[in-house]
Design a protein around this ligand. Structure first.
Ligand SMILES: Nc1ncnc2c1ncn2[C@@H]1O[C@H](COP(=O)(O)OP(=O)(O)O)[C@@H](O)[C@H]1O
Ligand SMILES: [Mg+2]
Length: 436
């Protein structure tokens, strides 16, 4: 069951609300109806799943705050229905609505809305106090949640003694202390400085991975939406014009409006390794020896190659120079010369976090799963393209070079070494079936 379900929700302000809904349903443009009323939300339908961060994004005035107020029952929809955990909140009586709200829904506002004459602890405990929880218990809960948001030791201060970022942490602690399963956040981080804001976003994601709340987060900031959202609903002029994952919105915008919106998004902070990774080509298995590895490097004109075991478990890499020395010494296996080369990325890593690994290796950044199996690679060209907001270009993928790494050994030298050592290393076959 979805946690929140909005079905054809309309919210119109003004005297002739029902007439506005009817006209809109018949296809009228809301701008032609302004004399009758303001259509703030038009025909909004979506479902929010348990544990999801559902972001509603749109420019100022697009209807986000009005929509969220219909979700927590502050506004009754002019038409349509809103179900919270299966309860149609427009149809229930006032006490049931109050109960549903206090037990299931907490709200975090843009301007913190802390009570100035109460301590941080008493602010954080506010919802519990309203609910009638006794003092010792609510203080304990408040202290616990203040700690969770990084405000250990601030409980006895007053809001004015805290910075904006810290005040918003109190707002978050207050909402979390209520222990509701649904958290509604309306531009909760929009008033904060960019760095503090990023910290709060990261903290929310961290908390969410533990708490698994259902969060509806409103923002006018696309980068924030992309960073936080499991799914994003894009609003324009009262209507939801697209609902999708960040990748869907980015790569397949529903219309020109969304396309224009996403044009400036910082892709390196939105796309993950799994979104852009390619099949790993510069790989051999450790069943192969230095000859196979060298030939493969020669083909791809690279100074190193990755090595996995035959189950694709990532072992590291070998360099062309080590292979040559090794071959000349008569060795036929790779195991002694495999080096860590680079810390592999995980599929969920953001591209922005792949620049460091990328600087460590002359090859595309390897991506491994929880079992440490190599599942793909991210070429440097793809990373640079994400920075420049273009899509990656396959042809560039082979031109991986790093200033920190020596240039590949000249192919003539490799051929000579392969010829020289042919007899000595006869046991090693050129079977590359293990490579992928
Ligand atoms: N209480 C109200 N009375 C009349 N119009 C309102 C009211 N609240 C919002 N509006 C109008 O509804 C539209 C959407 O506003 P709002 O939901 O606050 O947008 P957002 O949160 O996306 O900035 C705006 O045109 C706004 O002027
Ligand atoms: Mg708003």
């Amino acid at each position: 069951m979805s946690v929140v379900k909005a079905s054809n929700v309309y919210k119109v302000f003004g005297k002739r609300q029902n007439e506005v809904v009817k006209r809109l349903e018949e296809g009228a443009d809301r701008d032609d109806l302004t004399k009758l009323g303001t259509a703030a939300v038009i025909d909004a339908s979506f479902e929010v799943e348990p544990g999801e961060i559902f972001v509603v994004m749109g420019l100022s005035g697009s209807g986000k705050s009005t929509l969220i107020r219909t979700l927590n029952g502050l506004w009754a929809p002019t038409a349509g229905s809103v179900e919270v955990l299966g309860t149609d909140i427009a149809k229930v009586d006032a006490p049931t609505l109050r109960k549903t709200r206090s037990e299931h829904v907490s709200m975090v506002f843009q301007h913190f809305a802390l009570l100035p004459h109460r301590t941080v602890r008493d602010n954080a405990a506010y919802a519990l106090e309203i609910r009638g929880t006794d003092k010792a218990e609510r203080d304990k809960a408040a202290d616990r949640w203040l700690k969770a948001v990084g405000l250990d030791g601030w409980a006895d201060k007053y809001p004015e003694q805290l910075s904006g970022g810290m005040q918003q942490r109190v707002g978050l602690a207050r909402a979390l202390a209520a222990e509701t399963d649904i958290l509604l956040m309306d531009e909760a981080f929009s008033a904060l400085d960019p760095l503090i804001r990023r910290e709060m976003q990261e903290q929310l994601v961290d908390l969410q991975s533990e708490l698994k709340k259902t969060i509806i987060f409103i923002t006018h900031d696309l980068n924030e939406a992309m960073f936080l959202g499991d799914r994003i609903a894009v609003m324009r002029n009262g209507r939801i014009v697209q609902v999708g994952t960040p990748e869907e919105i980015l790569t397949d915008p529903a219309n020109d409006y969304v396309a224009q919106f996403v044009h400036d998004v910082d892709r390196a902070r939105v796309l993950t390794a799994s979104n852009v990774m390619e099949k790993a080509r510069q790989v051999v298995t450790n069943q192969n020896g230095p000859r196979v590895a060298l030939r493969s490097m020669r083909e791809s004109n690279a100074s190193a190659i990755y090595v996995t075991d035959r189950h694709r478990k990532f072992l590291g890499g070998v360099s062309d120079r080590d292979c040559i020395d090794h071959l000349r010494a008569g060795a036929t296996t790779l195991d002694e010369i495999i080096k860590p080369i680079v810390t592999p990325a995980s599929p969920d890593d953001l591209l922005i976090d792949l620049f460091l690994p990328s600087s460590e290796t002359p090859l595309p950044v390897p991506v491994t799963n929880d079992e440490e199996h190599l599942v793909g690679v991210v070429p440097r060209a793809t990373l640079l393209a994400a920075l420049g907001n273009q899509t990656g270009n396959d042809e560039q993928s082979n031109e991986e070079t790093s200033l920190e790494w020596a240039a590949p050994v000249n192919t003539g030298v490799i051929d000579q070494v392969l010829a020289e050592t042919d007899d000595a290393a006869g046991a090693e076959t050129a079977d590359r079936k293990g490579a992928f």
